[in-house]
Design a protein around this ligand. Sequence first.
Ligand code: FES
Length: 95
Amino acid sequence: MISAKNASKSSTLTIEKGSQLQDYRNDFDDMLPEFGCCKGMCGLCLIEITAGHEHLGEVTKVEEMTLTSMDRDLKSYRLACQLSVQGNFEFKPIF
Ligand code: FES
């Protein structure tokens, strides 16, 4: 199990290593960012990664296109709906 800390709310979610963050959106919606399309296209789930960026899965193609169109740095920002998690990390929802 690993920790996903929402630095804006000082709350921490414990999730399974290798899981997709969006899989927890229904059970822990108060700790996670808002989700919209869940396909990496709307950008509503934009988060800033404040620690543990190296523990996150590769940026998907659609995620890269959306982040670029939002003028966001791929090293600091991710889309929560596209995120697979391999280790502890911290994030701040943007919206
Ligand atoms: S929910 Fe639409 S991009 Fe993540």
